[in-house]
Design a protein around this ligand. Sequence first.
Ligand code: NAP
Length: 298
Amino acid sequence: MGSNNFDGQVSHSDAIRIIQKSLELGLNIIDTANVYTQGRSEKTIGDAVHGQRDDVIIATKVGMEVGDDSEGSGLSPTHIASQLAKSLSRLQTSYIDIYYMHRPDPHTPLEVSLEALSAHVDKGSIRYIGCSNFGAEEIREAERICRDRGFPRIVALQPRYNLLDRSAESTLFPLAKSKGLGVFTYSPLSGGYLTGKYAGSSTPPQGSRAAHSSRYAERIKQLDGGGLLRKLGEIASSVGISPKDLALAWVLHNDAVTAPIVGASTVEQVESNCRVTELNVPGWVFEELDRASAVPNS
Ligand SMILES: NC(=O)c1ccc[n+]([C@@H]2O[C@H](COP(=O)([O-])OP(=O)(O)OC[C@H]3O[C@@H](n4cnc5c(N)ncnc54)[C@H](OP(=O)(O)O)[C@@H]3O)[C@@H](O)[C@H]2O)c1
């Protein structure tokens, strides 16, 4: 379950309903970050799972700009310590199951960040460490440092992966497979774009992410996805499946993916997305989608 719109585009009370429905449907990992909705996403999750904390795997992150330089930044030990304390407090928990470095920090040696994270694992406030938006070389380097220094190893990666962005396939997926790392891919619907809701009109539909966020509206204008959307629509209608379901099924079908992290703004979306796990999609459909989404000359 993704949560970057909780207590932002989605109200606190609706987000609590979405989380509760997700848990009821058997989703057991909630992904958040210290920066999502300025910490309110974590607070909402803490409120929602209160009393059933041990039944849920909570993943959060550190490393993006929080706008308060007094506590350091990026992945420095002081910033990690202060942000971790805040995340634990907002999530109303004494431990984070998976704590991701949100992105590489060019100003802090990786070894220094890993040493700091390792100390928090020793104290019990982090169970496992992950890397998000890291390249294959950086992950190899992290693995080497952890091995040489006796730090707990990285267990999870979080790259973007969807029909419009398959860059994780070339090096990250094979690396994860060879090292036995979990791969939790984000934005399987490209933030909603792959549902087709933005096609055919320059005005985003009411209630959608693009209607709420001018930044996202700008981003989808830059996407070169019209051809893919048309092809996805054609393939989907030929097998009687919605384009949204097929885009999600395509991610789920890849055995390099441990689990996709899917966002939702309503309970109905969560219900509909969970039903995708029950779809029986013929293999040739995925092959067609692979061809339709391949980057030319790659
Ligand atoms: N590590 C990172 O750097 C990073 C970056 C981005 C995201 N993430 C994580 O990954 C999660 C998922 O990413 P994401 O939310 O950006 O992308 P996503 O899962 O591809 O898209 C989610 C959005 O698609 C729309 N949607 C979902 N189900 C739908 C349905 N059944 N019918 C119609 N529309 C549907 C909703 O938007 P509407 O509001 O338009 O309905 C929803 O908010 C985030 O919440 C976050 O936890 C991590």
